[in-house]
Design a protein around this ligand. Structure first.
Ligand SMILES: [Zn+2]
Length: 324
């Protein structure tokens, strides 16, 4: 009898511990991912003729006369931020971690009034202590509800800065961008596409006239992160459908992280089709994963999807009404 009670107690303990790990897995993950101090900069590599070093950290690559990729090839995540110029206004889409001040690079290229738009709220995109006079954010009910007099305190699970010792900032939001709305920079229009999945606050910017899509962390060459606290597979599928609906088979897609060859990380419309097909196969259980946590699914030669194991995947989109 004593043995039975003891076994039950052990079983209960195992269940409680398992429950705690499942519930607190994202906090645990950030703890495991956290670096000891700031990351070491990578060695300077030859970046090719099209790319100019602004200083010993940032690179500038002109995609055309009004579109610039500002790279951070020495940061281990190899971020790419984008400066988009119109005739009267400019946008900077992402600002890195802020360990170096991207405003200096922006000011060296344009005198136009610049609005900062983060592709999402992760610490390696919102610039942290860097403050722009104008910041525009995707208008989502859960963000709007939390903003007080235009200030939004970013939550830890939206920011994940603990991984590199950045505190989650309070953003002064000067403009809210409705999903599907258009930003006019003066003879240049950008459509705000809601592309959740990596996070529930992720957006892409579409410049139809130029045939460019700036996709943030939704899609880029390399491993896509779909296992973070506000990642969601139903959202990812919705985001893929939104991008798949863009009627331009020659679309050039510029992502927020590089992985392989030097220079701007670029994909094509076919890569969105591959992602959408992979997501549908994962949802239907038609493809097997490798690894334990996160698990990995192949997308194509350049892309793989890292996500949670099937029993933890959520296929319910958060805001289906903001799909294409
Ligand atoms: Zn991210």
């Amino acid at each position: 009898m004593l043995n039975f009670k003891f076994s039950m107690l052990i079983l209960l303990c195992v269940l409680v511990i398992t429950g705690a790990i499942v519930t607190g897995r994202h906090r645990l993950l950030v703890y495991v991912m956290a670096l000891e101090g700031p990351p070491e900069l990578l060695e300077v590599k030859i970046e090719g003729n099209d790319i100019r070093w602004f200083d010993d950290y940032f690179t500038v690559q002109a995609i055309d006369k009004k579109t610039f990729a500002i790279g951070e090839p020495r940061y281990y995540q190899q971020n790419y931020n984008y400066l988009l110029l119109g005739e009267t206004k400019a946008i900077v889409f992402d600002a890195g971690t802020g360990q170096r001040d991207i405003r200096r690079v922006v000011e060296s290229i344009t005198q136009l009034p610049v609005t900062f738009i983060p592709s999402h709220l992760h610490y390696d995109h919102i610039g942290n202590d860097i403050v722009f006079p104008r910041t525009a954010l995707i208008d989502l009910p859960h963000l709007r509800k939390r903003s007080i007099k235009g200030t939004l305190q970013v939550a830890w699970y939206e920011h994940l800065g603990e991984a590199e010792g950045y505190a989650a900032p309070a953003l002064s939001v000067t403009q809210w961008l409705a999903p599907g709305s258009t930003i006019d920079l003066g003879n240049r229009q950008l459509k705000v596409l809601y592309t959740p999945g990596h996070t529930d606050d992720s957006i892409s910017l579409l410049d139809s006239a130029s045939g460019y899509l700036f996709s943030g962390d939704f899609i880029y060459p390399g491993p896509l992160y779909g296992f973070l606290p506000n990642s969601n597979m139903g959202d990812y599928l919705q985001g893929a459908a939104t991008l798949q609906a863009i009627d331009d088979r020659a679309l050039r897609i510029f992502g927020a992280h590089g992985a392989g060859p030097p220079g701007v990380p670029e994909l094509a419309a076919g890569d969105v089709s591959s992602l959408q097909a992979a997501l549908k196969a994962v949802q239907a259980g038609r493809v097997s994963s490798s690894g334990f946590y996160p698990v990995s699914y192949p997308v194509n030669d350049e892309i793989m999807l890292l996500t949670e194991p099937a029993f933890l995947q959520n296929w319910q989109a958060r805001y289906p009404e903001f799909g294409h």
